[in-house]
Structure formats: C-alpha cells, structure tokens
Design a protein around this ligand. Structure first.
Ligand code: ADP
Length: 280
C-alpha cells in the first residue's frame, strides 16, 4: 500500500510540475500576445479551460490521497501537491475572470447575505498563511455595520480575500488589519468602506499608478520573490466598479500599505438582527 501510495504521489507531483511549467510558459508568452492583440484574451480563456479540467482531476485525487493512511513524509508531499495545485487553479480562475470581464460577460448576483459572516470567511482563508508568518490579524467591523446587506457575496469575498491575501503575502512582520464601516455618501445612499492595512514592504510612489493595470507587478524581483500573476488587483478594480464603487491604495515604501474600496451599502430587507461581531 505504501509503495502504491508513493508511486501515486510521485505521479501526481509530476503532473502538477508539468502543468505548472505549461502554465508558467503559457502565461509568459501570453503576456506578450496580450500586448499585441485583443484576440489573446479569447485564446487565454480557451487554454485556461483546457488546463482546468486535468488540474481539477489532479487536485481531486490529491484530496483523496490526503485522506488515506500516509506516513508523515508522504502526508507532507501530498500537502505540497495540494498547495501547488490550488495556486495553479487560482491563476487559471484569475485568467478566466479577466477574459469574462473584458468580454463584458461577468454578471453580478444580487442577494441578501450576512456581511460580518462573509468578512469572517474571507479572513479564515488567509489566517493559516498569516499564522505561519506570525502576523497579527485584526478584524475591525464598526458597531453600526448592518448585518444583512444586498449584493454579490461571492465576488465581495473574492475582492476582500484578494486584498487580504496580498497584505499577508507582502508583510513579513507586524499586523494586517481589515476594517469595515458604513460612511455617508455626498450623493445618494450610504457607502460601505473597506480597508486592508498592512505593515509590509509598501509600494514605491512611482509604481503606484500602475497597480491596477494588468500584469503590473511592482518589479521583476518582487514577482520572482513573491510569485503571482499581476491580475488580482485588476480583477478587484473591475469587480468593485461593477458594484458601483471605487478602489485605491495608499502606501509608504518600507512601512506598509492600505488598499481600500467603497461600494454602495444596500441594507437588506430582513428581520432586524443585532449587529453581529466579525467572526473569524
Ligand atoms: P499578484 O498576483 O502579483 O499579487 P496583484 O494584482 O494582486 O498581483 O498585485 C500586483 C502587484 O502589486 C504585486 O505584485 C505587488 O508588487 C503589488 N502589491 C499588491 N498588494 C500589495 C501590498 N499589500 N503590499 C505591497 N505591494 C503590493
């Protein structure tokens, strides 16, 4: 059983490495293609779909393998496979989101959801990475934040998760703080203001205006050290704008950054509930 498990682990690891190389190679070539032609988006979307199917199978089997009896070394290998597989899937999903946004095909949902619970879920996803680096993570929901609001919870969680993920990724020590509060709008309904503060590497002033453009990592060395696709912030900006809001960033190099966004705050027509604390 152990030999079989080992062979299977090696085979899955090999598949992930191959997929990883193919995606890396593809993304480098397609960045150039993207600059040259709008048709690259359709090509990207097609290739991403092709990659997603075998990757989902690799991930599914790796998940099954993780539940089978393994020794500590094997369990560690499988965990590496799952982490790499999930990272690849996130890249593929980012590319697909970008092409949907470009084609104007991304539609937002409009349903009632529990806002503090959503904040807790977004934080839970990044907490293991924050804990691994010894970062202090603070959730700060103002007491007048409504519990039930209307909007697209999946996409809102994606934006908050992305900003939190970046904050954790680019911070070596200190605090990542997520703050949410309602704020009056000069015209129209109140706004929900969300800010993610970190005490990380910060962003040089000269690079700040490129942040929300495609494939715009601050520098090649940042890209090499931290990985990533340079698509996350573009997707955040498009989603926030689709929600009718604005996004921005303030930063001091070497001291930290604050990424913030505001969107219209639509309180849902639900039975009155006391403001729930943010739950992580
Ligand atoms: P990536 O997948 O590269 O993280 P993003 O679009 O999310 O793509 O971010 C683009 C770039 O902006 C990052 O590569 C990084 O250089 C910079 N950046 C984003 N968030 C932060 C942050 N909290 N602190 C410092 N730099 C950041």
């Amino acid at each position: 059983v152990l030999c079989g498990g080992l062979a299977y682990a090696l085979f899955t690891w090999y598949c992930i490495r191959m997929l990883d190389r193919r995606t890396e190679d593809l993304s480098t070539r397609l960045v150039d293609a993207d600059r040259r032609s709008g048709e690259a988006s359709a090509f990207l979307a097609m290739i991403s779909h092709e990659l997603r199917t075998p990757l989902t199978a690799v991930l599914g089997f790796a998940d099954l393998l993780a539940k089978s009896p393994l020794d500590a070394t094997q369990a560690n290998w499988v965990e590496h496979q799952r982490t790499a597989g999930r990272a690849l899937l996130a890249i593929i999903n980012d590319i697909l989101d970008c092409s949907k946004i470009e084609a104007g095909a991304l539609r937002l949902e409009r349903i009632a959801f529990d806002l503090p619970a959503l904040v807790g879920e977004a934080a839970t996803l990044v907490r293991p990475a924050a804990d691994a680096k010894g970062l202090h993570m603070v959730l700060d929901c103002s007491p007048d934040l409504p519990t039930w609001v209307e909007g697209d919870p999946t996409r809102l969680r994606q934006v908050i998760g992305n900003l939190l993920g970046n904050a954790v990724k680019f911070t070596a020590a200190g605090t990542v703080r997520l703050a949410l509060r309602p704020t009056p709008s000069p015209s129209g309904p109140p706004l929900l203001q969300v800010a993610v503060h970190d005490t990380g590497i910060g962003i040089p002033a000269a690079k700040r205006d490129r942040l929300f453009r495609r494939f715009s990592q601050v520098s090649v060395s940042t890209c090499r050290e931290y990985g990533g696709t340079g698509l996350g912030l573009v997707i955040c900006k498009s989603l926030v704008e689709l929600m009718g809001g604005e996004i921005g960033a303030d930063s001091t190099e070497g001291q930290g950054s604050t990424f913030w966004f505001t969107i219209p705050l639509q309180v849902a027509d639900m039975p009155a509930a006391p403001a729930a604390p943010c739950r992580a």
